[in-house]
Design a protein around this ligand. Structure first.
Ligand code: C2O
Ligand code: CU
Ligand code: CU
Length: 478
């Protein structure tokens, strides 16, 4: 079966926003797609890997003419991709070379909160280095690292602080997937920007409380990119790294493609699509088969009607690998007996956005869940269908399972682990949520301006046998 629709509710697409900024096809000369290099460990043993991650400012040649002032991790823009191996103990020096406070949030990583997780309560001040360490305890997946100081997460991400994080494990290594990084396995960080005078970004000028957008697609930091295809099958690790934009992806002539992984790992079975919508922060790994093309052909990937990456087909070895019908087992744990059902309400738009009728309070714990308990979280978007929007709901420190949407089956590509789920207006999405580590964790809308605007709350995962206290920042100490 090949799915041909986007599943989300069309009247709530961002195209209907008052402030919608349509993508425009860039007029600049096509550039080779930038592929973030892999961050080299500073030290490695059989069991431990050591990294230094530097948040830095720089300048990047994105458009012809003046360079753009940008931020990145170990690079001037976005950064170097970081690879973690399941089971390894990771040590990271978090180094801030920026002129302001930042935090290093490991979106999708199963680690203790709030300091390792790197949300608002884990500031690294300018010139400072902080150290974290954790054991990689989750299946292979495409995650990401991004800045998360409250309330300037959105602005720092807009400056460029976002980079793919790849988790590898032995199960993924056995599956017939392309995995030669940079050749047949590439990240695609989808973002949009507006370039002002002298090719600069101006976050304040473009500010919109419903999410900052720009007309120019920027993919892995490249405007108008092409990629040289030299293998029949290509694996794309797609990350919606935009502040607000939804990407509605499809190829020339509705070329079908196969999704093999969602946010938190490999799907139980591969799903074939011609169209795929990703809300903010969601990831999808897809495999595209160029078998029907010949050298010299070009196949474009579009969002709505604008080409965002052009794949230039070259000579390749035939590869008729067939994916198994079943990829991985996903164990869905039983809900803990007598556990409460959590209710979360995302309401409003613009400055009015709220979570459970409240704005975010950095020192307020809004919910509690016992470590190891499996509980339902019912997440409701109370926007009206017409004039409302899809709010991408994200939780830190866990990969959850989507149980249902308004009592119906989740979308076909939501049967694997996820950390972000788009909730339609008038919809309640039921999640099954559990935590492996104690701590304070945020949950919020991942339209980043909504998060900064207060559509965010936090829960404490409590280990009753080992109660802990946490030092929670407040906005004024930022
Ligand atoms: Cu990408 Cu608070 O998260
Ligand atoms: Cu996160
Ligand atoms: Cu939102």
């Amino acid at each position: 079966k090949i799915y041909t629709d986007y599943f989300f509710d069309e009247p709530a697409y961002n195209t209907h926003d008052g402030g919608y900024v349509p993508l425009e096809a860039p007029e600049t000369v096509p550039q080779p797609l930038g592929i973030p290099s892999l961050l080299k460990p500073v030290k490695e043993t059989a069991t431990d890997t050591y990294y230094e991650v530097v948040a830095q400012a720089g300048e990047t040649q994105i458009l012809p003419g003046a360079k753009t002032k940008t931020w990145g991790y170990n690079a001037s823009l976005l950064g170097q991709s970081i690879v973690f191996e399941e089971g390894k103990h990771i040590h990271i020096d978090l180094i801030n070379h920026l002129p302001e406070l930042t935090t290093f949030h490991w979106h999708g990583l199963n680690v203790p909160g709030p300091y390792v997780d790197g949300g608002c309560h884990a500031p690294v001040y300018p010139g400072e280095t902080k150290h974290i360490d954790f054991t990689v305890n989750q299946p292979a997946a495409t995650l990401w690292l991004h800045a998360h100081p409250c309330p300037s997460t959105a602005e720092q991400v807009w400056h460029g602080l976002a980079v793919p994080v790849i988790v590898k494990d032995k199960i993924e290594a056995q599956l017939p997937f392309p995995r030669n990084y940079g050749v047949d396995d590439i990240p695609l960080v989808l973002q949009d920007r507006k370039f002002h005078e002298d090719n600069q970004w101006d976050y304040d000028a473009d500010y919109d409380p419903d999410g900052v957008q720009g007309p120019t697609p920027m993919i892995n930091g490249t405007v108008n990119p092409y990629f040289d295809v030299t293998t029949q099958r290509l694996r794309l690790r797609i990350l919606n790294g935009a502040n607000r934009r939804e990407w509605r992806l499809h190829f020339d002539n509705d070329l079908p493609f196969t999704q093999i992984a969602s946010d938190g790992g490999i799907l139980p079975e591969p799903i074939k699509f011609t169209h795929l919508m990703l809300t903010c922060a969601e990831r999808a790994e897809i495999i595209v088969d160029f078998g029907q093309f010949k050298p010299g052909d070009e196949v474009a990937l579009y969002s709505d009607d604008v080409a965002i990456v052009r794949f230039r087909v070259h000579e390749f070895e035939p590869d008729n690998t067939v994916l198994p019908d079943h990829l991985v087992d996903i164990d869905s744990p039983e809900v803990t007996a007598d556990a409460p059902v959590h209710h979360v309400v995302m309401s409003g738009m613009d400055e009015e956005v709220m979570m459970d009728d409240k704005k975010f309070g950095m020192q307020r714990i809004d919910a509690k869940q016992e470590l190891g308990h499996v509980e339902y979280w019912d997440v409701t978007n109370t926007n009206e269908m017409h004039g409302g929007m899809v709010h991408p709901y994200h939780m830190h420190g866990t990969q959850f399972l989507v149980v249902s949407r308004n009592g119906h089956e989740p979308y076909p590509n939501e049967r694997g682990f996820k950390d972000t789920v788009g909730v339609n207006p008038g919809e309640t999405v039921r999640l099954k949520v559990w935590f492996d580590y104690a701590g304070v964790f945020m949950y919020h809308c991942h339209i980043i301006e909504h998060e900064d605007g207060g559509m965010m709350a936090q829960l404490e995962v409590v280990d009753s046998k080992h109660p802990q206290t946490y030092k929670l920042m407040d906005h004024h100490t930022l």
